[in-house]
Ligand binder design. Structure first.
Ligand code: 4AD
Ligand code: MG
Length: 461
């Protein structure tokens, strides 16, 4: 079969040729004598129009096909300079590969994203979701290209783990114990020694701790995989299962960390603009009117870089009435992030050096003993898109911090080895993959950028 993408990209090679295409019907209109089919073959965002007439022996059958039917069309590819679509196929034969039932839920009218979420197995057949999920695939490609071309090694960190990287206690427990017959210790608590791994285990919240150990061997590494958080926050930006890209660089500090993050974000935007112009034009027209202009502005300017203390200062001095009171020490809330990125800077903003009390144990303590070398990237419309830091590379300081936070040294002895055997300054970050997709497409709900979303009370399809 000739790919419809080929017909659009290399039209002149196919004009007036006999070709065969195959795909799914998006719409059929037919009179007694003529018919028009709009077909999408999956290779391209745009559809191709098929024209047919009643000289086809199965003209009646084809005219009555429902939307969603799969067909194979042989015919002549011709240019139609005066019509709305630049070319069409004059069908010489149409083979029905698989008819669709009349109850096909995707009719030609526009459906709401909310409705389409209830049929997440069918929604990739719509314009909007064809665009979203092709872009999602391209962003993954862009990310791999970015790191691979810079010599980073791709490390596959485990999904099943015994540790809690972020220390937030938001883990999904993994157990093979029979809930109706739980083994008990002498004290009466559940005896996880009898569980599959001989200890309590969970799905990973981040591959960082594991990938850090590989940075001490390969210098520059990244992991890119699914992560899981049992956060009970029902927001448009939180999913229980999401993908994260986590680079880690040895002999690097927090400024290097920001430099990598900024170059990566710009590479992603450039790659998607170059490789999905039709999809991006669609988002710009139907989803988020200022999208392309905004992304161009991001490409042509440097991201803002401010400290947490400066951010608090800006928020305190602003006339905006925030719901959540601003005060040094708070975690920045969505409204604060929006104000900084959408009102003050109108572009992505790095915020660094957060209070140690609101950040994870592994971050490098700054000389003020109050803040750590944390680095978050906030983006207009999405909020926190990246969380990262320079890591504490001093063994004694790290152990002291773990004691302060009540972490068991025995559980992390393997991690502490990195600080014992050739420790170096190192830094890394985690990019929320779905939030990156939201940012480049303008889609406003995380449920609409992951094929089968898992959120509170939703693990259906
Ligand atoms: O800020 P976080 O929690 O950082 C880490 O996990 C570090 N260990 C990363 C590192 O330094 N290697 O998460 C990183 C990013 C967030 O900025 C956000 O984009 C995304 O992951 N994220 C989520 N995305 C969707 N749903 C959730 N529930 C998310 N939680 C975090
Ligand atoms: Mg974070």
């Amino acid at each position: 079969y000739t790919a419809v993408k080929e017909l659009f990209r290399h039209t002149s090679q196919y004009v007036n040729q006999e070709i065969t295409v195959s795909g799914w019907i998006r719409s059929v209109r037919a009179s007694k004598a003529f018919g028009f089919i709009v077909l999408n073959d999956g290779t391209f965002f745009e559809n191709i129009q098929i024209v047919m007439d009643n000289t086809l022996d199965n003209f009646m059958e084809v005219s009555k096909l429902n939307v969603g039917s799969a067909i194979i069309v042989k015919g002549k590819f011709i240019e139609t300079p005066d019509a709305k679509q630049p070319f069409e196929i004059q069908a010489a034969s149409v083979t029905v590969e698989g008819a669709s039932s009349p109850d096909y839920p995707l009719q030609k009218k526009r459906h709401t994203f909310e409705y389409l979420r209830t049929i997440s197995h069918l929604r990739p057949r719509t314009n909007a979701f064809t665009a979203v999920f092709r872009v999602r695939s391209l962003v993954a490609q862009a990310i791999h290209e970015f790191f691979m071309s810079r010599g980073y090694v791709y490390v596959h960190t485990p999904i099943l783990t015994g540790s809690d990287c972020e220390g937030a206690g938001e883990m999904f427990r993994v157990s093979t114990l029979d809930p109706n017959n739980l083994p008990k210790t002498e004290e009466g608590s559940i005896d996880y020694k009898k569980d599959f791994f001989g200890k309590e285990t969970n799905l990973t919240v981040s591959g960082q701790l594991n990938v850090e150990t590989y940075a001490m061997a390969f210098r520059n590494v990244y992991t890119f995989g699914p992560t899981f958080r049992a956060e009970n926050s029902n927001t448009p930006r939180h999913a229980a299962e999401f993908w994260m890209i986590e680079p880690e660089m040895a002999f690097a500090d927090i400024v290097d960390d920001m430099d990598v993050a900024e170059a990566m974000m710009k590479h992603i935007i450039r790659f998607v603009k170059d490789n999905a112009p039709e999809e991006m034009a669609f988002f710009n027209k139907f989803v988020d009117k200022g999208l392309i202009a905004r992304l161009d502005n991001v490409l042509n300017n440097e991201f803002a870089r401010i400290t947490y203390t400066e951010a608090i200062d800006i928020l305190e001095k602003s006339d905006e009435k925030f719901e959540f009171p601003v005060k040094w020490g708070i975690d920045l809330q969505t409204e604060h992030e929006r104000y900084l990125t959408e009102k003050v800077y109108k572009k992505p903003v790095f915020v660094i050096n957060y209070p140690k009390d609101i950040k994870a144990f592994y971050m490098k303590m700054n000389d003020d003993n109050k803040t750590v070398a944390a680095m978050d990237l906030l983006a207009p419309g999405v909020g926190e898109i990246i969380g990262g830091s320079q890591r504490e590379d001093d063994y004694d300081k790290l152990v002291a911090r773990m004691d302060e936070m009540g972490l068991e040294k025995e559980d992390y002895s393997w991690y502490l080895d990195t600080r014992k055997y050739g420790s170096v300054a190192h830094a890394g970050f985690g990019l929320g993959f779905e939030r990156a997709i939201m940012y480049v497409t303008g889609m406003s709900n995380i449920r609409d950028v992951i094929p089968f979303p898992r959120t509170v009370n939703n693990c259906d399809i």
